[in-house]
Write a protein that binds this ligand. Sequence first.
Ligand SMILES: [Zn+2]
Length: 95
Amino acid sequence: MADLLREDLMKRADDVLVEYDAKGIPAMVFFKVTCPNCGERVIFREPNTWHDSVECVECGVTSDVDRGGFMLVAGTGIEVFKQLLKEEAQQAHSS
Ligand SMILES: [Zn+2]
């Protein structure tokens, strides 16, 4: 999927989430953007959350972003993901 402008991207993500919700399937999306500095793909770690700037894990530069894509997590996979996020959060607190 090519990167979409933020406005179109939000709409697309909303449509997908509404669609899954209508089917009774839990779903969430993770937005991802391309680092304007080095071209690395960066995924925002919070589910269903967009940021207007990104700190690239690869080059360390923080850049404004206005377009991107998203990754959908749905169904049973979502519980695995939630658990991973929870563990990561706990590790972050203890360090
Ligand atoms: Zn970068």
